[in-house]
Write a protein that binds this ligand. Structure first.
Ligand SMILES: C[S@@+](CC[C@H](N)C(=O)[O-])C[C@H]1O[C@@H](n2cnc3c(N)ncnc32)[C@H](O)[C@@H]1O
Length: 266
């Protein structure tokens, strides 16, 4: 008997993910991630990034030279920053284009950094190798988020920590992503939004003890897309930015970016 059910098309999520990010990184100009000495006063180019204070704090809490991983490192800015702070820093990314660009940038920086092509859901590192794992804007892009968080837990030593950020559902991103998706203009194949407490639950499911979760003040809660600028103009964009920042810095639920710090106990 001939089955009447339609053949199921199972998308190959891994290939879509890899090709999507290769296409993205192929088009990105990463020359802005330049050598530290090319900035006036040696200032760090990402000092205005909402992740910067958290990264600074995380590294300040470590004694001596430690082993750091940025899981889903993109152009490698946090790898270079960790390396510049004297740590042995690694970046891993699923996109060969990102790894090629980050490796080329690394050659200009004279830092102890390494870049590895790989998937955060099964990483080519031995258990317990790292003291700190960063992963910013990565695990929301595929369905098996918990596998990725478990992998970060596996490669940490007991007492090691992991700082994860994802876009927050309690922000304008909920509406803007819906519109972009409907118009077929979402730049990523998939981007799930997590409240800080949902991210914390995921981290705990993966084995971490929650050492703090909330929102990162970014100024983007009411709208982050530069596409807004021609519509609302500079002045109103500035008002959005300042209002967002004000709200994001005063509570732990509403904001553009959710974060969670997990610690591996054993
Ligand atoms: C939004 S970008 C963020 C890049 C970087 N973390 C940052 O904060 O600038 C997401 C990055 O995650 C990488 N990525 C997505 N899925 C991945 C996976 N399964 N394994 C490793 N990297 C992945 C992408 O190639 C991309 O570089």
């Amino acid at each position: 008997m001939v089955s009447r059910s339609k053949p199921k098309w199972k998308p190959d999520e891994d290939n879509i993910l890899k090709q999507g990010w290769d296409g993205y990184w192929d088009q990105q100009d990463v020359s802005f991630v330049r050598r530290r000495d090319q900035y006036p006063g040696g200032g760090y180019p990402f000092a205005k990034d909402p992740h910067f204070p958290m990264v600074q704090r995380a590294l300040a809490g470590l004694n001596g030279t430690r082993v750091i991983l940025d899981a889903g490192c993109g152009s490698g800015q946090w790898v270079f920053y960790s390396g510049a702070k004297g740590h042995r820093a690694f970046g891993l990314d699923i996109s060969s284009k990102a790894i090629t660009k980050a490796t080329a940038l690394g050659r200009q920086q004279d830092l102890s950094c390494g870049f590895v092509l790989g998937d955060v859901r099964h990483m080519p590192f031995p258990s317990g190798m790292f003291d700190y794992v960063f992963s910013f804007g990565v695990v929301e892009h595929f369905s098996d988020t918990i596998s990725a968080l478990r992998e970060s837990h596996r490669i940490l030593r007991p007492g090691g920590r992991c700082l994860v950020t994802v876009p927050n559902i309690y922000s304008m991103k909920l509406i803007s992503n819906f519109i972009l998706k409907t118009l077929g203009k979402l730049p990523f194949e998939r981007e799930d939004l997590y409240s800080p407490s949902k991210l914390s639950c995921g981290m705990q499911k993966a084995g971490f003890v929650d050492r703090g979760h909330g929102v990162l003040p970014s100024g983007y809660m009411l709208g982050s897309s530069p596409l807004l600028l021609p519509i609302i103009g500079d002045w109103l964009f500035g008002v959005f930015y300042r209002t967002s920042y004000f709200i994001e810095s005063r509570q732990s639920r509403l904001g553009f970016l959710s974060y969670c710090i997990g610690e591996k106990i054993a």
